[in-house]
Design a protein around this ligand. Structure first.
Ligand code: MSP
Length: 504
């Protein structure tokens, strides 16, 4: 196990994945790729949450047994990851046998330590959230998160986890670790809700057969959220709660959507406290990807097919747009017009154009060979300073998952480079042989900016580098230093091709 451990929420699989599912994984993958790019190692966990009532119902509707149905659906989620270049290290399924073992061992341990008791549960339940709901939160009998889904009345004897015992410990942890729940707005929501006081929660269902058998009473299954949250322990490769070590635990960041912060910031840490295990360093609740102003969700049918988008515009372009258009942590609207405008402005006009102009000029003025720098003026000193400042800002933004800021900084550098071409007018210098050495410096600077910007874009657009290196003649020269100005291009011949991002 490597040192920077990232997890994502595991998806319900009662329908095919939509773009909202892809969104979360892309954000997590960007962070993992960034960690790798900066010389670190990282482990990314993704997967599927399979023991839900809706999965059971969907399987029944199709006349399939739930496991067969899950095998098929999990395949679609894996495919989504592969199309979107999600570089996960494990794709965990809650039907995996090692996970079942971990869940049962955890229940056993909590039982032995007196954290589980039997009681009657009588109340409302939302089958889409898979959550027990307080009556006062319902809107006309409907779940506030699923306005098309009427909450069902549940009345059964269940096993309860003594969540209320962790109130003080949770309050103290959240207060003394401001980084624990991010962004700030999510932290405030949790702190406010926590003030209302914690109640013990039901962690078994007697009316649900599709699930992991409750070890003390096989007529019950483990409540799907209790089961699902433990995927992080299984996925860490612990194999058992006793096998947790500093090598594999705790996660550095757990990335989830804002609708499931309560489960992750309260219930999950309390489970870990009861197990006497370290808590994750950070839980980051990103915002919703909306379509026509409403959350993309299969319950409301308001969804976009990520595979079709990737097919039409390319994976890199969709990834870039999602990370550039919506500040990670906030809600944002997906629009095709937005995607096309962002593509045309940033990728076709600014980045693509810079590459195209630079390679054309190197062909024309230097016979296709990247020149070494020659005479330099203040303009060259300034553009190098701009690049170095961008790199510094980029690292700061990436470390905080401020992806929009990081991408904006890179695009500003590209804009500065395009302006630099206008201001230095290489086509004039070419006419004057005494300016040849300066001309070499200008083209060298432009290649440096393209190279550095490409590295910075790599976490967002994993296939970009290969295509650009092919045009710059850098293929196979991975030794080119990542984030440092001053690469030496010995005998590198560019290989100009058709535009990287043709205008749409
Ligand atoms: N199975 C639970 C999570 C268990 S984690 C131990 C679940 N599944 S889900 O399929 O409903 O959602 C999976 C993740 O996708 C969640 O983090 C959720 O917030 C995210 N998203 C689902 N729709 C989304 C958008 N429209 N926009 C952004 N993220 C969205 O909750």
């Amino acid at each position: 196990m490597s040192n920077f451990f990232i997890t994502t929420a595991i998806d319900y699989i009662n329908g095919r994945p939509h773009l909202g599912h892809a969104y979360e994984k892309i954000g997590a993958d960007v962070l993992k790729r960034y960690k790798l790019l900066t010389g670190g190692s990282s482990y990314l966990l993704v997967g599927t949450d399979e023991h839900s009532i809706n999965v059971l119902k969907s399987a029944q509707e199709k006349g399939l047994d739930p496991k067969t149905y899950c095998d098929q659906m999990a395949g679609h989620f894996r495919h989504l990851c592969s199309v979107f270049n999600i570089s996960y290290d494990r794709f965990i399924r809650t039907t995996d046998s090692d996970h079942k073992k971990v869940v049962q061992q955890v229940v056993q341990r909590l039982w032995e330590h007196g954290y589980i008791r039997k009681d009657l549960y009588a109340g409302f339940y939302c089958e889409s959230c898979e959550a027990f709901l307080q009556e006062e939160l319902l809107l006309d009998g409907y779940c506030p998160n699923h306005p098309t889904k009427k909450a069902v009345w549940v009345n059964e004897e269940n096993y309860f986890f003594t969540l209320s015992r962790f109130q003080k410990q949770l309050e103290d942890h959240i207060q003394s670790n401001p980084e624990f729940i991010q962004p700030e707005s999510r932290r405030n929501e949790i702190v406010n809700r926590l003030q209302a006081g914690l109640r013990d929660i039901s962690i078994s269902r007697s009316s649900m057969q599709w699930g992991i058998p409750f070890p003390q009473d096989e007529s019950h299954t483990v409540y799907v959220w209790f089961d699902a949250l433990l995927n992080y322990l299984t996925g860490a490769g612990c194999g058992s709660p006793n096998a947790v070590s500093q090598e594999n635990w705790p996660p550095d960041v757990q990335i989830i959507g804002k609708d499931i912060t309560w489960f992750h910031c309260i219930i999950w840490p309390a489970m870990l406290m009861a197990l006497n295990l370290p808590l994750p360093k950070k839980i980051f609740g990103h915002g919703f990807l909306n379509l026509h102003g409403e959350k993309m969700s299969k319950t409301s049918g308001n969804i976009l097919d990520p595979l079709q988008l990737a097919e039409e515009y390319g994976t890199d372009v969709v990834r870039y747009y999602l990370m550039k258009a919506i500040p990670w942590g906030q809600d944002g609207n997906f629009t095709l017009e937005g995607l096309i405008t962002t593509y045309n402005n940033d990728l076709a006009n600014d980045y693509g154009n810079l590459l195209s102009r630079t390679t054309a000029m190197i062909n024309k003025y230097f016979n296709g060979q990247i020149p070494a720098p020659g005479v330099q003026t203040a303009a060259e000193v300034n553009i190098r300073a701009a690049a170095e400042e961008t790199i510094e800002n980029y690292h700061r933004f990436m470390a905080e998952m401020r992806y929009v800021n990081a991408l904006t900084a890179v695009m500003q550098l590209i804009g500065t480079a395009n302006l630099y071409i206008e201001e230095t007018a290489p086509w004039q210098l070419f006419k004057d042989s005494s300016q040849h050495s300066r001309l070499a410096s200008i083209l060298y600077c432009l290649v440096e900016i393209i190279r550095l910007a490409t590295w910075m874009l790599t976490p967002f657009m994993p296939s970009l580098k290969e295509r650009v290196w092919s045009q710059l003649g850098l293929a196979g020269q991975e030794k080119v230093k990542c984030f440092t100005w001053g690469c030496e291009y010995d005998n590198v011949r560019i290989n100009r091709q058709s535009p990287l991002f043709p205008r749409l």
